[in-house]
Design a protein around this ligand. Structure first.
Ligand code: FAD
Length: 402
């Protein structure tokens, strides 16, 4: 019998789980421990509309604070859980012990640090929180010289927002292309060209050897002896799952908190969800840790149901979206390097309105559309099925007939 549920984390997975618990009629006690000084919120706008000044940070909240009061949720912000005793089913915040029957760890991820930047004493930052976004935005304006270390999603979205706001932007990517490991060269090349067309100085195969201060400038040195001076350096070299509490509690941790397909961790009564969860995926047949908005939502719902005694699978295929300049895309599936042998592109690639399909033999392992919003239903339908590749490649055959 579950009477007391504790949720740890202040992101989308935690917020979604709490809402789902109440929507499912759970009327026991819920304590939500969130380390940040905010009620749970969504991060995608922090590198898009909020960074562009087109949306207020408050608009990212999963629910406003009043909702938690009205629904009897004991929301504690600025409360970092720092102890976990799974035998006695207790979470600790400092000396306070909070008992649970079921516990959800939705502790998310944090930016991977780049020691050379941190130790430089120069003007560098990361982008994960509302405060990070506001801090970066406050620097925007004509004449800002912004360096972006890392051409991942966050780096490219921030680069787009900064360019749109009039900054001179240099993106430093160590690989041949930004995002090449996620999208492969065919589609990564399209994004690279788009940024160059918008005036971003995108440098690939860069190897940074030192970061230092030169007056007020950040000075970045490269292996070929060249240097770059910028006013500010944004570091976006990926994130790592925040498993601190799980490790304190002795849970099995391996690239995040390991869970089964129901998001159950190795400890009885403890579930994990969102960026921190490395969960067995019933359709992919292997564990996967996904750092995307949609997974935080799906996991939040699945974990809530299962904490109440259901046996729901976390079986949604990975989905993500991005918005950069006037380019938007949605991607479904998972096509890591070596996980596919062919990429098909349909539509107007130069005009940035197209679909792309990653195939392993006849099996479509991932698909995406760019600026072709009506195609998302077909993408969802076709991914994870077997097709006739010739028909998928043939633009005379409508996607709906593939
Ligand atoms: P998080 O959002 O990381 O939240 C975890 C929270 O738990 C944090 O607030 C943390 O402080 C708190 N916490 C950690 N430990 C403790 C503890 N011991 N006690 C209490 N609290 C604790 N995804 C997309 O699909 N599309 C996008 O366009 C996109 N854009 C993004 C833009 C930005 C700037 C960022 C940062 C991310 C973006 N993402 C995007 C990724 C998406 O936001 C994440 O996948 C999502 O936030 C994961 O939610 P989460 O709840 O699992 O974790």
């Amino acid at each position: 019998m579950v009477d007391r549920i504790v949720v740890v984390g202040g992101g989308l997975a935690a917020g979604t789980a709490v809402v789902e618990l109440r929507e499912r009629g759970f009327d026991g006690s819920i304590v939500l421990l969130a380390a940040e000084d905010h009620a749970p919120y969504e991060r995608p706008p922090l590198s898009k509309a909020v960074l562009l000044g087109q949306a207020e940070p408050d608009s990212t909240a999963v629910k406003d604070r009043q909702w938690y009061d009205e629904h009897g949720v004991d929301l504690r912000t600025g409360a970092r859980a720092d102890g976990l005793d799974t035998g006695r089913r207790l979470v600790l915040v400092g000396r306070e012990e909070i008992a649970y029957d079921a516990l959800l760890l939705a502790t998310g991820a944090r930016p991977r640090r780049f020691a050379m930047a941190d130790d430089s004493g120069a003007s560098v930052s990361y982008l994960r929180t509302i405060e990070d976004s506001a801090g970066l935005r406050s620097r925007f304006g004509d004449g800002l010289r912004l360096g972006v270390l890392g051409g991942g999603w966050i780096g490219l979205e921030a680069a787009a927002a900064a360019r749109t706001s009039g900054a001179d932007v240099t993106v430093l990517e160590s690989m041949d292309l930004p995002l090449v490991r996620v999208l492969g060269p065919e589609v990564a090349g399209v994004l690279a060209q788009m940024h160059r067309d918008h005036g971003v100085d995108l440098r690939t195969r860069t190897e940074v050897t030192a970061i230092g201060r030169a007056g007020d400038d950040v000075q970045i040195s490269f292996v070929d002896g060249s240097t770059l001076e910028v006013d500010h350096l944004l570091v976006g070299v990926g994130v790592e799952p925040d498993t601190t509490l799980a490790e304190v509690g002795g849970l099995v941790v391996d690239n995040g908190i390991r869970t089964d397909r129901h998001l159950r961790t190795s400890a009885a009564g403890v579930w994990a969800a969102g960026d921190v969860a490395n969960a067995d995926h019933p359709l992919l047949g292997r564990p996967i840790r996904v750092e995307h908005w949609d997974t935080a939502i799906q996991h939040g719902k699945v974990a809530a149901a299962n904490m109440l005694g259901e046996q729901v699978d976390a079986d949604a295929l990975p989905y993500f979206f991005t918005d950069q300049y006037d380019f938007g895309m949605e991607y479904v599936g998972n096509a890591p390097p070596g996980g596919y042998d062919k990429v098909l592109l349909r539509g107007n690639v130069e005009g940035l309105t197209f679909t792309a399909w990653w195939l392993d033999g006849d099996r479509v392992v991932a698909g995406m559309h760019a600026n072709d919003w009506d195609a998302i239903d077909d993408v969802r339908r076709i991914v994870d099925t077997t097709v006739n590749p010739a028909r998928l490649a043939d633009e005379a055959v409508a996607l709906s007939d593939v």
